[in-house]
Design a protein around this ligand. Sequence first.
Ligand code: FAD
Length: 290
Amino acid sequence: MKRARAEVLNARRFGVYHSITVVAPEVAQRARPGQFVSIGMPQGRSFIFRRQFSIHEASRRGGWAGTLEFVFDRHGPGTSWLAGVRVHEFLDVIGPLGTAFAYPAKLNACLLVSEGHASAPMYFLAQELRARGKRVDMIVGAETHEHVFKPIEGKRLSQTFSIVTADGSLGERGSVLDALPGMLETTGAEVVYAAAPRPTLRAIAEMCLEREIPSQIAIEDEMPCGTGLCYTCAIPVIRKDGGGYDNLRACAEGPVFNPARILWDRWIGDAPGSAPTPPEGYAKVRTWPG
Ligand SMILES: Cc1cc2nc3c(=O)[nH]c(=O)nc-3n(C[C@H](O)[C@H](O)[C@H](O)COP(=O)(O)OP(=O)(O)OC[C@H]3O[C@@H](n4cnc5c(N)ncnc54)[C@H](O)[C@@H]3O)c2cc1C
């Protein structure tokens, strides 16, 4: 991990999203899809913590070498402040942080599923999978057409690009969960990667588990420190030998996890105190294919 005082090379908008590209060669050089950066905030009570953003793009070669891009929509004080950042200003960037998506060695057909701003790492992942000769298909979901994340870029990167919006203003009406069963069939997906809000991730994990399709998810938990110090973002994850579980930090041991190993009921379920039991079928897909 590196800390950089990074100059803003580009700051622009598309739809409801803001994109910032910074010059941070040492971070960009090491960045892999699924990892994130932690951005320092100005001083003030609203800004006690740094803010974390997935790496959307990292250029290691060519004219843009040494740059990395992150994309966000406005939520609260942090993202509102970032939305006002201009070219040639400097940001305090720490990264790359967390674990990256793993690439399957033998399986070929990869289906990437994401919703809203959680789509940010998927385009970087699609590029890297394609560079390894994998087939890439994508489902991108959003509230409205304005929240659909880079549809033209998505079409360029994938064999099939399925858009779903909650209000039907672009693509099919519905959620990524409506589109997923059909896309699993038609694309012959052998591996699923997902990034979305927690309930959607859980449903995707269950669909994959039923079909014995290995999957990986990138989660966004509240991360005050982002560097593994505060243990606030702990997630109950079943041990590799299947016996018991560990509370793993989403920022350090994640944000990418095998969802078949997450104790969803304990993490986000209605009964957080209930005794942890490995999910049905866990044994069959607990290992990511080498
Ligand atoms: C790994 C990761 C990747 C992400 N990638 C993206 C991305 O690509 N694009 C994007 O738009 N967003 C992304 N996010 C979400 C983004 O970090 C938040 O939207 C952002 O922090 C919001 O800041 P804010 O001040 O605008 O909003 P607020 O919602 O006001 O957040 C205020 C800050 O307080 C923290 N906070 C709030 N409640 C608690 C609590 N109970 N305990 C500790 N801390 C708390 C929040 O984490 C946040 O840092 C990502 C988050 C993570 C963890």
